[in-house]
Design a protein around this ligand. Sequence first.
Ligand code: SAH
Length: 218
Amino acid sequence: MNTATIGIGMTSQRTRTRMVERLRTRGVKDGRVLHAMGLVPRHIFLEQPLANRAYDDTALPLGFGQTISQPYVVARMIEILIAGRELGKTLEIGAGCGYQAAILGVLSKQVFAVERIAPLLARARHNLKQLKLSHIRLKHADGNLGLPEAAPFDTIILAAAAAAVPPALLAQLAPGGRLVLPLGGAEQVISLFERSEGGFVETRFDAVRFVPLLPGVE
Ligand code: SAH
C-alpha cells in the first residue's frame, strides 16, 4: 500500500478520522480497510452542494438516478473480500464517479472498474486522476459481461444489486477468488461467492439497499 502517491492534503482529515471512528464503532475491524477509508477524501466525489455531507455515513445522490455508496457498506464489503488475504487483481462493476474504486486502488495494485453511464465514467476518470490513482483502469461497458480481456480476477465487487450473479462474472473468478454483491430485488443482502475446487460457496451477510444492475450502456 503506497500512501505517498495519493495526491491528497490535510483538508478534511479531521472529519475523515471521525468517519473512520464511526466505522470502527459499527464493527469494521480490518486495519487495512480502515486506513484506506481514512485516506480517500470522499468530498471530491460529490457535487458542491453535497460536499459538506461527504463524511456522513449515508449514500448520497450522484446524478443520473445513481448514488455514491454509504461508507459503512463500502468498508463492510471490502472487509469481507480481503479477510485473511490480499485483494489481488480486482474488478469493480458500477464505478459511478469512482469513490469505491479509489478505496480499492489504495488496497490493490491491479484494479479494473466498469461503468455503464458514460458521463459518470468521465467523472470517475477525472476524480481518480486528481488523487493520482492512475493504476486504476476504467472502461465504459456493461458489467453483466465482466471484463473478459483482463480475466481472471481474484476479487470482483458489484456496486449494483442483482437477483442472481451474472454467470460471466462467476466464470471470470480465479480459483480461490471471491465475489461480493448486493443480492436480491427490492430487499437485498450482501452475499459472498467463493470459488473453491468443488464449485462456489455462498455466504450471506447484512441487509442493504443498492441501485439495480441494469443491462447495456448509455
Ligand atoms: N461504486 C460507486 C457506486 C455507484 S452506484 C461508489 O463508489 O459510490 C452503482 C453504479 O452501478 C451506477 O453508477 C450505475 O450506473 C452502475 N451500473 C449499474 N448497472 C451496471 C452495469 N450493468 N454495468 C456497469 N455499471 C452498472
